[in-house]
Design a protein around this ligand. Structure first.
Ligand code: ARG
Length: 392
């Protein structure tokens, strides 16, 4: 008996993988695993129903709280951002892979399969985790060099009912932190996306009214919305709904994939935008200039590691240690105004603020302005020396 476990989302790629694994790879038993990282309930139920017809055994693993607490909280502390992408899909992959690996071990399979193509980042992120164990790895889409149109044809021939058509062939991936939309005519970077690709956000030009909301943080982690305590999971769900109505959190960008390909990517992430904006605002109030400058460099390195799926790289842990140290003082609140697709900080406060109203105020005499004169004399000294003695 040959047995394989498949990381299964219920979408086109992974659904096509099931008959392929049976017919072309000759597996007798196929175990499918869907990891719940906050995709819509209806998607999970659809995946279960499809797996019920196609595979021999199916698992749905609830990893929502782990995703929030062990993956998204560190991302928030790191102001996670790669080229404007809030890293939602990237950071979920290692967690999904770990859960699939656990089932592979429990089910004593001989191989693990995934539905990633050979063009994207996900193959790298999954396999960085899978290859820690001795299982054989299959990536049928990559190994058979299948195009998306060939997959759609295959799905139609095999009655897979995946609800993806030649007219709307988008590849969509959703979890708590973001929704990504790729493929079809979006692949042409000069094509303006049709409005119907969006599901979490209203068109920023069509929203009505405005809303003020405040977020409280304790040591870098969001803990309350408008003064009421909430869990991370509740907060993210609520903000996706509320901020989405104001068109907040749409990103359309050209992204440099790990392999070097440039891709046009579209994302929706209302909660991520609100939380990351509020968090960065609070940091501006409590961290020193030196800490902020250095942390920006650490954040860029951290985001690249996460983008590559290298969560287990020791450097990631070392950067997290630095980031956690800075977050000890990131406690307080920030108020944002949501309006026509924007989330703008309009107020902030913290018991750890380095800010002194007295010192900076135009109406205060506790700092003697005359003390700055000596500093001013030296400021720009080298530039003046260069222009006077060295230039030409
Ligand atoms: N470009 C994004 C990333 O590399 C999104 C990946 C989306 N994956 C997908 N299977 N549709 O993180």
């Amino acid at each position: 008996m040959s047995k394989v476990v498949l990381s299964y989302s219920g979408g086109l790629d992974t659904s096509v993988c099931i008959p392929i694994l049976r017919e072309q790879y000759q597996y007798d038993e196929i175990v499918t695993v869907t990891v719940d990282v906050g995709q819509p309930e209806s998607d999970l139920r659809k995946a279960e129903a499809r797996a019920g017809k196609l595979s021999d055994k199916h698992y749905t693993v609830d990893a929502k709280n782990e995703f929030v607490e062990k993956y998204l909280f560190p991302l928030i502390k790191a102001n996670g951002n790669y080229e404007g992408y809030t890293l939602g899909q990237a950071i979920a992959r290692p967690l999904i892979a770990k859960k699939v690996l656990e089932i592979a071990e429990k089910e004593h399979v001989s191989a693990i399969a995934h539905g990633c193509t050979g063009k994207g980042n996900d193959q790298l992120r999954f396999e960085a985790v899978f290859r820690a164990a001795a299982f054989k790895i299959h990536a049928p889409m990559r190994e058979l060099n299948l195009t998306r149109s060939e997959e759609i044809e295959y799905a139609l021939e095999h009655n897979l009912d995946v609800q993806i058509t030649f007219e709307k062939p988008y590849s969509v991936d959703e979890n708590l932190w973001s929704r990504s939309i790729e493929g079809g005519r979006l692949e042409d970077p000069s094509c303006i996306p049709p409005e119907d690709i969006y599901k979490w956000t209203m068109a920023p030009t069509k929203t009505q009214g405005k809303l003020l909301l405040s977020l409280d943080f304790a040591k870098g982690i969001p803990v309350a919305l408008d003064g009421a305590q909430v869990s991370g999971l509740q907060l993210i769900r609520k903000l996706n709904e509320v901020a989405g109505k104001f068109g907040v959190g749409r990103t359309d960008l050209i992204e440099d994939r790990v392999l070097g390909l440039k891709a046009r990517e579209i994302y929706e992430h209302p909660a991520a935008t609100v939380i990351l904006t509020a968090h960065a605002e609070l940091e501006a109030l409590v961290l020193t200039r030196e800490e902020r400058k250095f942390k920006a460099q650490v954040e860029a390195a951290w985001a690249e590691l996460i983008y590559q799926g290298l969560l287990d790289e020791p450097l990631t842990a070392a950067l997290d240690a630095f980031i956690n140290k800075t977050q000890e003082r990131v406690t307080g609140s920030a108020t944002l105004l949501l309006h026509n697709g924007t989330a703008t900080a309009v107020a902030r406060s913290s018991p750890k603020a380095l800010y002194s109203e007295a010192l900076v105020s135009f109406n205060d005499k506790s700092l003697d302005q005359r003390d700055a004169e000596g500093f001013s004399k030296y400021h720009g000294f080298q530039s003046r020396a260069y222009n006077k003695f060295v230039k030409d």
